[in-house]
Design a protein around this ligand. Structure first.
Ligand code: SAH
Ligand code: SF4
Ligand code: F3S
Length: 471
């Protein structure tokens, strides 16, 4: 048994991790043939991609995926800790599973993901959710087949959570959600320790994968016909810093862009590590999509300092302008938090002003949520809930106005779209443009998911655009 511990999770660069290749324990290969599993994923793309690995690990020991937890012999919740509501959703689901388990004593239940890294969550599960058969942490994913086997064979709750980063495991099997879009991890963890954020505790220090391993994975995806690759990391711009003297995200992007892959995306970018040479590379290659997610969090330098973001309002705006200038046709999206402890009306107005300057193409807006164990959790939070909700609403009105304004500029234009959804009956399709906008369009031709087509935009809405295929 390994229990999570924040004190350990805070310790960085002390114990070096190993790079190892995954090997399935032959004794349990296919052992659970005929059994069915259901997985529910909360949180970010990192979790979605982890679930693709989990699916493949489960299938290697014989499990088969089903779409409803009511039909499953095994249910796994891949959880997220980023805000309180993500937390509450997972506990709500556990409540439902408790009833199900009362009816079916053989049901196996597992919990993983970022909540598994929280000591208080694991304590609660051990105390009040004894029906949960196993918990495994984000660093223990590769051990899943053996953890399940042990939970079933010993009929005893298993808790396997390493608090310091575990080994960097290559060669994990994967069953991808589609045959045309793929996630590729390039860096794990986060060293930034923004004062509000739980991720550095749940995902460990920054560990880059070797460029050879990444490029090899991409070569295989190209061979398999993938059209779009999204490079993943909590902070992709820090890629390589822990591993190489002079090989950065810019170099990696360039090496990938020279390959025969139509679309490359990357997320998430921290403004702090964004160098000029990275911006140059993004602007230079047409297969690097002109879409940058650049979370600002606040428009007030005072609040940014309290958040530990290590850039100011001015330096953010400078970087923003540079990207706009150097990357043709670029769309920039962002994340914003309102109601950070101590945020005054003036600070908030600075955020609104920054939004009015940047006119973001998309923005994810949040109310500050206290996360236990983070420094901001200890700050005095005197803003009332009503005030925070009111700020969020005012902010949303402004950001939405610019989504529509930016989308309107595309009316009458032709944009490339990667087809995702196909409905043969009405000849209606949807997909995403190069700038990552959702496009609904009609076509007389029969299209396949994964094709890239040209669409003429007829009308713009706030969150999507309507168009028709160009003959
Ligand atoms: N690594 C990314 C962000 C990952 S979390 C980055 O730094 O850019 C995604 C978003 O969740 C963050 O950008 C932030 O806006 C929001 N977030 C993180 N912690 C939060 C908290 N405690 N309360 C509210 N929002 C939070
Ligand atoms: Fe969290 Fe900041 Fe790291 Fe992003 S950069 S994951 S917000 S600590
Ligand atoms: Fe959530 Fe963990 Fe991602 S906290 S946002 S699932 S890294």
């Amino acid at each position: 048994m390994h229990l999570p511990d924040y004190k350990e999770a805070r310790t960085r660069d002390i114990r070096s991790y190993k790079r190892v290749n995954f090997k399935l324990d032959e004794k349990i290969k296919g052992k659970y043939k005929g059994k069915k599993f259901f997985i529910k994923t909360y949180g970010c793309q990192m979790n979605e991609h982890d679930s693709e690995n989990i699916e493949a690990l489960l299938s290697s020991i014989g499990f088969e995926k089903v779409d409803s937890y009511l039909e499953a012999d095994l249910v796994i919740l891949n959880t997220c800790s980023i805000r309180e509501n993500a937390h509450n959703k997972a506990f709500g689901m556990l409540g439902r599973l408790k009833h199900l388990k009362n009816e079916n004593r053989n049901l196996i239940i597992g919990l993983c993901g970022c909540m598994a890294q929280e000591a208080s969550v694991v304590e609660e599960i051990m105390r009040d959710y004894k029906f949960v058969n196993f918990v495994f942490g984000t660093h223990n994913l590769y051990q899943l087949p053996n953890i399940i086997d042990k939970a079933i064979e010993e009929n005893k709750q298993q808790i396997e959570v390493f608090s310091r980063e575990g080994d960097l495991v290559e060669g994990l099997p994967v069953i991808r959600a589609t045959s045309y879009k793929a996630y590729v991890n390039i860096i794990y963890g986060c060293n930034k320790f923004c004062t509000y954020c739980i991720v550095p505790y749940t995902r460990g220090r920054e560990r880059s994968r070797k460029k050879e391993d990444i490029l090899q994975e991409i070569d295989e995806l190209i061979k398999d016909g993938y059209k779009e690759i999204t490079l993943l990391g909590q902070n992709v711009n820090a890629y390589g810093k822990d591993l190489y003297e002079d090989y950065t995200l810019g170099n990696l992007l360039e090496d990938i862009a020279k390959k025969d892959i139509p679309r490359i995306r990357f997320m998430t970018s921290h403004p702090w590590d964004f160098t000029d040479s990275m911006v140059e590379v993004i602007g230079k290659y047409p297969n690097i999509m002109p879409s940058v997610h650049l979370p600002v969090q606040s428009g007030s330098s005072r609040i940014l300092k309290l958040m530990g973001r290590r850039y100011s309002r001015e330096s953010y705006l400078e970087l923003f302008d540079k990207i706009k200038k150097m990357v043709p046709n670029v769309a920039i999206s962002t994340d914003i938090i309102v109601g950070f402890p101590g945020e005054t009306e003036e600070d908030f107005l600075e955020t609104l002003d920054l939004v009015n300057k940047c006119k973001f193409d998309n923005a994810f807006t949040f109310i500050f949520s206290k996360r236990e164990g983070t420094p901001a959790c200890l700050l005095k939070d005197e803003i009332s809930t009503e005030e925070k909700e009111e700020r969020l609403q005012r902010l949303n009105e402004v950001v939405n106005k610019y989504f529509l304004e930016n989308n309107k500029k595309l009316e009458g234009k032709e944009v490339p779209v990667l087809v995702e959804g196909v409905s043969d009956k009405k000849k209606m399709y949807f997909g995403y443009s190069d700038t990552n906008k959702l496009i609904n369009f009609t076509s007389d031709k029969n299209l396949e998911a994964g094709e890239i087509v040209k669409v003429r935009i007829k009308s713009a809405k706030t969150w999507s655009l309507d168009g028709e295929i160009v003959e």
